[in-house]
Design a binder for this molecule. Structure first.
Ligand SMILES: Cc1ncc(COP(=O)(O)O)c(C=O)c1O
Length: 417
């Protein structure tokens, strides 16, 4: 046998192998200063298009005040212990009641993190005889939740209702044999490319097939639907979502998450969900902060309007200038360009160093070879000047990509190393 760590010495993993070239720049960059439309990267101001602070609440003075007061009053420890044992309070309950009412469900339950929360929700909802059917492009937390399932699972092609239907037929056959049920999982908004999940079409299949529907609405909550109730509300089928999930990590600009459903289902999850039964309760400062953020969503529709003014200006501007922004139906704004990975690296350096634009970049193997995906997240704290500067910068980089400048620059880097 060999030392367990030998494998780690030999293989750093698909991303880890690029660490020496990419760390601090393409991965683990350090954005400094208050969270806003303009931050500092390597000492220079950049327009930040890579932060999911959709509503600009992260640094809103009223939010900062409530966060600071709650931290002063409760510290970061209170309450101690899991909810079930010693970590329960009236304020946690109040937040759950307000969240449930906001998303039109009977009850809600808080989760410490979205990732482990949804993973554990999936684990708790299904039994070995049940079948899971989920979108193949689902977020890692859904995939990891499905991995815990010891029964059958099927993927359907991304947002493809025919493929979903075929897999529902397969799932129905299995469930009829085992005596189990079916859980279908989609995202409300797919965070990489911005398409909404086809929630309406999926919900319509309930007339033909017997299944329960779980939606991860991390990017829809706060940005879509009336007052930001999410993608289910936007598509008019919130009532058909059996278990609704959203995180506080995006529009709410905080940490934590929740699930909402019928009271009987939430009660079951409260008593059986391992991630919450065996983990410390969400800190009071986060709970108090979430109550304030939710109040802002409910009472300040102008914040979401400002977000969409920026989204529309950016997306329309890109389209009018001939950029391919795919099929986004949300704030997530992808820009697809053609080029190699070395060209993509030279392009991103140029964007950051010379144009002062900071956005995320995605290349093969996450997307097909030869494509470069620049991903922009407009927020309410951006303004039309930011959009104008960015559109001009994108015209500049497209020209350099087409005239071979980035190809040349990347060859020079290779030659000098
Ligand atoms: C679709 C989706 N689900 C779940 C999560 C995880 O949420 P959290 O950051 O609260 O763990 C994320 C990322 O934040 C996400 O994008």
């Amino acid at each position: 046998m060999r030392d367990l760590f030998e494998r780690i010495h030999e293989n750093k993993g698909p991303l880890g192998k690029w660490a020496s070239q990419a760390e601090g720049y393409f991965v683990f960059p350090k954005l400094e200063g208050p969270i806003s439309n303009r931050m500092k990267f390597k000492g220079k101001e950049v327009i930040t298009w890579s932060i999911n602070d959709y509503l600009g609440l992260a640094n809103h003075p009223e939010i900062r005040k409530v966060d600071a007061e709650a931290a002063a009053e409760y510290g970061s420890a209170y309450p101690m212990g899991a909810r079930m044992m010693s970590g329960h309070t009236d304020v946690h309950e109040q937040l759950e009641n307000e969240l449930a009412a906001f998303v039109d469900k009977e009850a809600a339950y808080l989760l410490n993190f979205g990732y482990q929360g949804i993973l554990s929700t999936i684990d708790t909802l299904v039994h070995k005889d049940d079948v899971i059917v989920y979108d193949v492009d689902a977020h890692a937390c859904i995939i990891d939740g499905v991995r815990l399932h010891i029964g059958k699972r099927f993927t359907y092609k991304h947002n493809d209702i025919d493929s979903l239907e075929k897999n529902l037929q397969r799932a129905t056959k299995v469930a009829e044999q085992t005596g189990g049920g079916i859980l279908v999982i989609s995202e409300g908004v797919f965070g990489m490319r911005g398409e909404q999940g086809k929630l309406k079409e999926i919900a319509a299949l309930k007339k033909k097939y017997n299944f329960r529907f779980l939606v991860d609405d991390a990017h829809g909550f706060g940005t879509l639907g009336q007052n930001g109730k999410g993608a289910g509300d936007e598509q008019g089928i919130q009532a058909d979502i059996d278990v609704y999930f959203a995180t506080f990590a995006k529009s709410m600009a905080s940490t934590g998450a929740f699930i909402a459903a019928d009271k009987e289902i939430i009660d079951y999850l409260k008593y059986n969900m391992r991630s919450q039964m065996f983990a410390k309760s969400l800190q009071m400062q986060l709970v108090k902060g979430a109550l304030k953020r939710l109040e802002m969503l409910r009472t300040r529709p102008e914040i979401k309007d400002k977000l969409w003014e920026n989204v529309n200006a950016l997306q329309n501007g890109l389209k009018e200038n001939g950029f391919d922004i795919g099929n986004t139906q949300s704030c997530v704004t992808p820009v697809y360009l053609k080029g190699s990975i070395p060209e993509a690296m030279a392009l991103v350096r140029d964007l950051r160093e010379n144009y002062g634009i900071f956005c995320s970049i995605v290349v093969y193997p996450v997307i097909p070879k030869g494509l470069i995906l620049l991903r922009l997240i407009p927020t309410a704290s951006h303004n039309l000047e930011d959009v104008k500067i960015t559109l001009a910068a994108f015209a500049g980089i497209r020209e350099k990509l087409n005239n071979g400048t980035y190809q040349r620059l990347s060859e020079e880097v290779v030659a000098s190393t």
